[in-house]
Design a protein around this ligand. Structure first.
Ligand code: BTN
Length: 255
């Protein structure tokens, strides 16, 4: 494919070989004034981070481990929408590059069938009510082969290569992701969340499913019925009562 057609997303790339995690490197770059759209990429992470303090397995050569810096001028409570937008852009890119059907598990896991292929970790830097920047970390199991998947993960994790039967061209993938992200993001900044919401719902793994949400304070069970206009998940319990579920609340268990 010819060169990257975006005007800011992916126009600056900081590429590393081995790092602990691309997340703190992106924070450092952002604090030093890296422009919006800067992408930090590593070939391998020795301390890759997942959500909820979990480790993220990031071996050499087989994955796409990257963190994107964005500086949206949006109010703080809307920042979770950026994670949903990222998941939509990733799902589209994966489908375009492999033809495999991708589902989004609330709030930000990408699934093929019942296995996870990618996850998103969004970190926020804000001062009082103002968003300085977001670091959106993305881990994509691109070219792992079955033999590379640790046995304890083989029932819950997969890769684009395993599912499509073809190796993934990582540079082309990243390029297409940047284009898809920029298109969604520009539309979102101009027109608001509506399009992301409907695309997220179309690709959703969670909507229609009976789920359990656990926090330290309570456990809630119900059917996921959609997103509200803020991007909060709506759950309907057995009595028909509706509840709002924030991404921070959800704990699916091992995934
Ligand atoms: C999750 O599903 O729990 C989120 C996983 C996010 C992993 C990516 S890989 C690139 C970036 N650097 C990290 O240390 N984590 C994110």
């Amino acid at each position: 494919r010819a060169g990257l057609s975006t005007y800011r997303i992916g126009q600056q790339v900081l590429a590393y070989d081995t790092v602990l995690s691309t997340q703190p490197l992106a924070h450092e770059a952002a604090a030093k004034g890296a422009p919006e759209g800067t992408l930090v990429i590593a070939e391998q992470q020795t301390g890759g981070k997942g959500r909820l303090g979990r480790p993220w397995h990031s071996p050499r050569g087989t994955g796409i481990w990257m963190s994107l810096i964005i500086r949206p001028e949006i109010p703080l409570p809307k920042t979770p929408q950026m994670t949903l937008l990222t998941a939509v852009a990733l799902a589209k890119t994966m489908w375009e590059e492999t033809g495999v059907d991708i589902k989004i598990k609330w709030p930000n896991d990408l699934f093929i069938g019942d296995k996870k292929v990618s996850g998103v970790l969004t970190e926020l830097n804000a001062e009082s009510d103002r968003v300085n920047y977001l670091v959106i970390g993305m881990g994509i199991n691109a070219n792992l082969e079955q033999k590379d998947v640790p046995p304890e993960l083989s029932s819950i994790a997969t890769s684009l290569r395993i599912e499509s039967g073809k190796p993934i061209k990582r540079v082309a993938f990243i390029q297409r992701f940047c284009e898809n992200f920029e298109r969604e993001y520009d539309h979102y900044l101009r027109e608001g969340f509506e399009r992301v919401k409907s695309e997220w719902e179309q690709h959703s793994y969670t909507i229609g499913k009976w789920i359990t949400v656990s926090t330290i304070q309570y456990t809630l069970e119900g059917r996921a019925i959609g997103l509200d206009e803020e991007g909060v998940l709506i759950l309907e319990d057995a009595t028909g009562k509706r509840h709002k579920v924030y991404s921070a609340d959800v704990n699916y268990g091992a995934n």
